[in-house]
Design a protein around this ligand. Structure first.
Ligand SMILES: Cc1ncc(COP(=O)(O)O)c(C=O)c1O
Length: 433
């Protein structure tokens, strides 16, 4: 690309785009990195620089960019149908994908309700859980319980069950009241038990990110917590919503995090990796029991009145089908296990760095938490430094997040770790113990 064209694009970016989760005052002072193409686990910018995609393009990419099988499926789908609605009609690709999703989902999840991003997948589960009890005449069962540091997306329903102050505090007066568990791990289980004992008659559902809370900085749960929470919700007749938007599609080492503890929830929310990181698609899977709670005569007005225009878009569904096919053909999950072990082993070297407070990992989801006050933005600094090594990372506060595509090789993983290690050192937070 010519220099003048590069400059024009950068100027237009600043002139026309308001970037998400970005302080634009800061952005305007910086030279933007503009991506133009990609291949495998690498992104290429308009100046020809190549970067390893160390956070899977915000936790979505699974098998690498431009995977031939997914590309081909999309080309074929474009030649047939790019969009037709699921409101009052159906289409072949959504039908096939729904069957496949039910086949791979935890047992008992039988129905697939589509939307187009993680937040809406959660909104839908919240609304369904609430309306399920309303439809049954249990009018008091309307409360929602969530974890203290939870993150379920940015729409107002999802923010209502969120607990990360930096993202959510400003909207507190705008959202609905919920019950939040303040402790972590087994402490949260104890709180839940007490709460359900006292108030289950007024609670519709518990919503959780299973096993690891991503946006909170990859907080890893002790083994058994999810299973126990499931047992408590069953005992007290409260619905369980499991948000696998981040953990789904292999990130924790199994297709779904629920599988680690043999848990089958009432709702499973999926998005991000469902299309292999190609297109926006989400789904809320639920049980026959919940579905049956919406079967009434039309005049009773108990229909689930919800649906987004691009719900179940055929192109996105085709990408999702191809994504699952790649999982099967390339034995992605089997190949992932030794890589996870290797990563666990290698992460130990970060303990050498005095500036590292804690390392947290579940499968291919990693946070390296740095010491120091949030205001110093050490995470951001390290992520700037790592670009010199041709790696893209995005921090969460003081945490450096590593979440590469599952297709990364051991050699590439080594490079990612080396670049991250050196960048922490060079960011001036490096004193060796
Ligand atoms: C657990 C979880 N739920 C929901 C969301 C929201 O997804 P989206 O950004 O697609 O709305 C995210 C996004 O990171 C997430 O990590």
């Amino acid at each position: 690309m010519q220099k003048s064209q590069i400059q024009t694009l950068k100027q237009w970016d600043k002139k026309y785009i308001w970037h998400p989760f970005t302080q634009m005052k800061d952005w305007e002072t910086k030279d933007p990195l503009v991506i133009d193409s990609a291949e495998g686990i690498y992104l290429k910018d308009i100046e020809g620089h190549v970067y390893m995609d160390g956070v899977s393009s915000l936790w979505v990419n699974v098998h690498g960019h431009r995977h031939p099988r997914i590309d081909k499926a999309l080309h074929q789908q474009i030649d047939r149908l790019s969009h037709s609605t699921l409101l009052g009609l159906s289409h072949t690709t959504a039908i096939e994908l729904s069957k496949r999703l039910v086949e791979i989902a935890p047992k008992g999840l039988k129905k697939v309700f589509y939307s187009d991003n993680g937040s809406t997948a959660v909104e839908i589960a919240l609304k369904m859980a609430y309306q399920y009890w309303q439809n049954k005449g249990h009018f008091k069962k309307m409360g929602l319980i969530h974890l203290g540091e939870s993150y379920h997306g940015d729409t107002l329903g999802a923010v209502s069950v969120g607990g990360i102050d930096i993202f959510h505090q400003v909207y507190r007066r705008l959202i609905f009241k919920t019950l939040s568990l303040q402790s972590r791990g087994w402490g949260a289980v104890e709180e839940l038990e007490k709460l359900l004992h006292q108030k289950a008659h007024s609670i519709a559902a518990l919503v959780v990110e299973p096993l690891i809370q991503g946006a909170a900085g990859m907080l890893v749960w002790p083994d058994g917590v999810l299973k126990k929470m499931r047992a408590l919700t069953l005992k007290h007749d409260v619905l369980l919503i499991v948000d696998e938007v981040a953990t789904g599609f292999g990130r924790t080492g199994k297709m779904f995090a629920c599988e680690h503890e043999g848990v089958s929830p009432d709702f499973l929310c999926i998005a991000k990796g469902v299309t292999g990181g190609y297109l926006p698609l989400a789904a809320t899977l639920t049980t026959q029991k919940v579905y049956n709670g919406f079967l009434f005569d039309m005049k009773e007005k108990k229909t689930f009145f919800h649906g987004h225009t691009y719900t179940g878009n055929p192109l996105a569904c085709a990408a999702a089908l191809a994504n699952l096919e790649v999982f099967r053909k390339e034995r992605t999950l089997q190949k992932l296990l030794p890589k996870i072990k290797y990563l666990t082993e290698k992460l130990k070297m970060f303990k050498e760095l005095l500036s590292v407070k804690e390392i947290r990992q579940k499968g291919f989801m990693v946070a390296i938490e740095l010491k120091g006050p949030q205001e110093e933005f050490l995470g951001t600094k390290v992520c700037q430094y790592v670009r010199r090594y041709g790696v893209i990372l995005r921090p969460l506060g003081n945490c450096i997040v590593l979440m590469p595509p599952l297709s990364i090789s051991i050699k590439e993983l080594d490079y990612l770790l080396m670049a991250t290690f050196r960048s922490i050192e060079e960011a001036g937070t490096f004193t060796k113990k």
